[in-house]
Design a protein around this ligand. Sequence first.
Ligand SMILES: [Zn+2]
Length: 465
Amino acid sequence: MKKVDLLLTNALIVTQDKDRSILPESTIAIRGNCISAIGLTKELEGQFTADKVIDLNGKIVFPGLINTHDHLFQVATKGLGEDMSVQDWVTVVTAPTAANITPEEIYTVCLTGCLELIHSGVTSVIDMNYMAYTFGLHDENIHAIVDSGLRGVYSSIISDYGLQYGIPEYLMRPTDWFIDQYDQLISKYPPTERMAVWMAVGAPWTVSGEGLDKSLAFSKRTGTPMIMHIGENWVDNYCSQDRFGMNSVPYLEKIGFLRPELLAIHCVTLDDEDIQLFVKNNVKVSYNPVSNMYLGNGIPPMMKMRDAGLQISLGVDGAGSNNSQDMIETLKVAALLQKVGAKDPAVINAQQVLDWATLGGAQILGLEDQIGSLEVGKQADLFVIAPNSAKVVPIHDPVATLIYSCGQENVEMTVANGVILMEDRVIQHLDEDEILKKSQAACLALAERCGSDSKVKRSWIGNRA
Ligand SMILES: [Zn+2]
């Protein structure tokens, strides 16, 4: 008998392997962080012993979901600045929060965001901080991701330009300051399969020409991938036309920014020519449907991007433009938004959405050989759905059940890197209640300190504006 660490038996396993095999009455054997075996429970019985055996009794196992866009610190802004224009919302809520949050607060707030990601089946997150005015903010944001047990990428926005476009001066520093920060970050946190530092630019018109050149040169020299919001709404091309005399995507192609190491966020306003430039340069895409709807930005042409062969993934975006970090909700909305955009329910199916959230995300992370599907030799990143609620029953097709019927409350277990982060909906390695209490107090104090709460009417405590 072979010894493993964890046996999950009697499960319905949605593998996401190349044949999209779904295995009934099956077992996964996990040793360390690796999947040692997957197969029929009756065939694997007697082959393995394990420290921990969990009989899943027909529950459904999926590969861990990969959230490719987030601003974890924005958890602090849930419920502030609702129903505003994007520009007002940045000025009144998110920018002051980024500029005032302390290292201790960012740790608690980011950890809170990670807890919800774990509750919604996520095992990997790509995070983007706005501004770390002390190095401790980088450290504590990264520590929160690492302590949560998620696989993570951390980045922080480079911004040295854009006063005329409403970018607050207090979020800017000279590019050399940002490059120096990245130099320190990459030597302190060299890339591993668990954690990596990537570079980030808010939008092309928020960095000077010299700053863009220096950032690109640093990215190429160090092999550090780059993340950028591109075409989030009409403002992007408006500012690019004003500053560069052309739309954002052609400008980025002109200056050499479009390349396989670029992850483009949102892409709502991309036209056919932009998509062809993305294809030519193999740019990766993160689709954030809840945020696109929440901010009234529009419907990204995901079907055109898919048909053009682009690598696509899914993100929840920051809680400030979503109001939760619920990846299960994002799965459903990802499909619904495209259906309504095309006025055609057949334009996208549940399998496509699951592919984006698993295999697509793994490609974006460059970990397609490690995660994204449940196969022998890959890392044990998975979550378990308990189909025991009126919301879910009956199950005819487990993939359709996940995308269209499940809620966060149906996610019973999450395992990342072979470690059980949540079992029976209880976080295993952290005191969730204590973190939530601390987070509530920290977020109220922060909103008051940075003045964002005084701009927001709260009928239950009176309008303080
Ligand atoms: Zn964003």
